[in-house]
Design a binder for this molecule. Sequence first.
Ligand code: 8YV
Length: 332
Amino acid sequence: MPNTAKRPLVIVTRRLPDLVETRMRELFDARLNVEDKPMSQADLLEAVRVAEVIVPTVTDRLSAQVLQQAGPQLKLVANFGTGVDNIDLDAARAKGIVVTNTPGVLTEDTADMTMALILSVPRRLAEGAAFLKDPRNHWEGWSPTWMLGHRIYGKRLGIIGMGRIGQAVARRARAFGLQIHYHNRRRLPEDVEQEHEATYWDSLDQMLARMDIVSVNCPHTPATYHLLSARRLKLLKPTAYVVNTARGEVIDENELARLLEAGAIAGAGLDVFENEPAINPKLLASSRVVALPHMGSATIEGRIDMGEKVIINIKTFLDGHTPPDRVHPAMF
Ligand code: 8YV
């Protein structure tokens, strides 16, 4: 007897890996975005009016204004991504809409990208590669004082946000001989601190003034908006480097660009920006900056794992259980 039970309408806002989309089609009345054209505000409004489940990404703003217009049938927002700053969690809760995300499966990939930036910026990797690729340049061979960067081994790394990704960065950075320092909402348990040989700084100001490299690995929340404010960025040593693979909104991007242009900060490795996809042109023009288009978790394995987590969250919820990756506003 064919299963005629009406399948839930699941609207997926962006193109997902084939494997994931195929599975979704099998399980749900899945409305997919095969062109991968980002949804407009009007598309999002239409989606929340008809969908039982919506699967947004970082490019979809589910603001209070959008969620307030959601129909009574919308019960779950299953975010394709760990960061949920694209969703107004309080508005979702007020509408009785459950929100889930995809933590854990992109931790190692994002930590790898963070480490790649920590290694590449001080050593001017992108500059050297770009020099050879530019046909206008003529390399005359090795020189003792050319393209000199700064040593990474033995330097002080300050991690802001010592969650899954922050700790995965610490593991990698220790292997490169970096000293681990961190600032976090709460101090880590002693055994975890010891595991990372990490020094806790209750004062972010004091940590910033003493670090050689600062890595932003905290979520973007009202409390972390411009955590690296203009005032705090000025605390950094002129030889310091800033790396951000979390969210651009955590840093005052215009001030960072100004300080880099003035030579008051040595360099930056940025995978995220305050107003993506717009990027302060000074950052792109600066040879001190390695800028990447939000690729932190951009591995096929990672994106398939994220999709599978979304499917598990939806199925568990539809089966009447609490999804494994339910997000509570208090978590952020
Ligand atoms: C995602 C990310 O690819 O998970 C996150 O928070 O920033 C990226 O890994 C993006 O959010 C997709 O929505």
